[in-house]
Design a protein around this ligand. Sequence first.
Ligand code: ZN
Length: 402
Amino acid sequence: MWSCKREKQWEGQEPVKTVNTETVPIQLQFRGIFDLGDGVYMSNQFEGARLNGVVRNNDTLVTVLITPENSPINMSPWYAFKLWSESPRTLYLKLTYPENAGHRYLPKLSFDGMSWREIDSASFQTTKMILEEKEVVKDLTMKLSLGKDTLWVSAQELITNTHVEQWIRELESYSYVERTSIGNSHEGRPIPLLKIGESDDQRMIMVISRQHPPEVPGFLAMQAFVETLCAPTELAEAFRSKYNTYVVPLANPDGVFHGHWRHNRGGVDLNRDWQEFNQPETSAIGDFMKQKTKGDKGKFYFGVDFHSTFEDIYYTIDPDLKGNMPGLVPELIEATAQELPGYMPNVKPNSSEEARITSTSFLFYEMGAEALTYEIGDGTPRDFIRRKGEVTATKLMELLIR
Ligand SMILES: [Zn+2]
């Protein structure tokens, strides 16, 4: 039999289901420094940390418990903590989760919280289990060499509120980038809003990121995308004179601060709240966009929300449906792919029957913006993420000003 050379592409996640998005209580973690004896310490006293319990089983084994902010919740356990030892030693550290949750993210290690490397495959072991008829990783035990230098262990590179703030400050040095706040989170954190461009708001673009706190790869793509729109190039300059781009780089600042698996401080998956708008984060963004388009004010021509999942995938709107610039999204994906040799985009149009509760359904069905959920794989090489983000922005600008 002839075999088809093309690998079968991932089919993506199941269609979204409507859920109640009213605020519920969440469990806050105790933050502090944990003295494990013999001069061994762990800490979750920093932004983005998650470490819910720790036990030193014996000389060499430490078991860590990672629990979610509330449940039910998607299985994307975020963890981040620091550890050190007064004298050099080897420790085995076991990451465990509640009964019905498995492990997802491969540990990243750092000595400064800035540069990260993935743990090497010889340094950890996993146990498997069957969950909802699928084999998943139950727990992971890693071998760590400890010393006085603080070792950071995290599910993904740590990009927290402070990092986002620093990035915004760099962008603000451009005269055509302006920062305000679109509203406040549950805990009163300002949700930053960037305006890029010198146009009259007749033609606008919307960019959203980090509704889901652990989705750092999506954030990295968003950064590359936005930096390209801000660059002092001829193309970007022409684009900025015609279109203003509005960016919400950190839609869930409380969730990122608390090291949440997925939800906001109200215990809600924000990307299921774009119809009910029960949460302050979603309603701030929704109100802003409605305000900008009221009456015969401007239009949003394109809207993109950056996320991460198991593999790169684009969730699009049914291509037969027409928004403010029909055909833009398929053309953008096609043009991007042509610039990236060997890259075969995985595109999954959402059915128009699907519940309209996500950001992209709001962007398209309520705002008319050609909309895209831009998903990056958890383990997609970081240099490729950057390149893809840059190319996407370049192609988008070319298509929009042609
Ligand atoms: Zn997501």
